[in-house]
Design a protein around this ligand. Structure first.
Ligand SMILES: [Zn+2]
Length: 117
């Protein structure tokens, strides 16, 4: 196989790959639209919340590696691999999966005996 024949084969292969990718992207857009419409019209009946953990990278000061000198001293950061909680719930009706790593404060209005203060 000569170089130009090989190059032509590669170009054909890439062209075919691009065409196929564009078709898949168009199909994906249609399916995403269908799913979004169903999810938007669903009343949602979510399963109990499930908590798992996922890998997470945090950045903290690296005190072992001072930068600068004298009073102009500062520290770089280092990446520390850790994990964080992830909460998920799934709708029993449409299958939508909601996922979050955020939490919010909840203020309760529970009644307690009032013994003065
Ligand atoms: Zn739903």
């Amino acid at each position: 196989m000569t170089n130009s024949v090989r190059e032509a084969a590669v170009v054909d292969d890439i062209r075919e790959a691009r065409r196929e990718r564009d078709q898949v992207a168009a199909r994906l857009k249609v399916l995403d639209g269908r799913i979004a419409r169903v999810e938007a019209s669903c009343t949602h009946d979510f399963t109990p919340v499930e908590q798992t953990r996922e890998p997470h990278v945090i950045y903290e000061p690296d005190y072992t590696n001072p930068i600068g000198r004298g009073s102009d001293l500062w520290y770089g950061e280092r990446a520390v691999e850790t994990t964080r909680p992830v909460w998920t719930r799934t709708c029993r009706l449409c299958g939508k999966v909601e996922r979050t790593t955020e939490q919010r404060d909840v203020t309760t209005t529970a009644k307690v005996p009032a013994f003065g203060r």
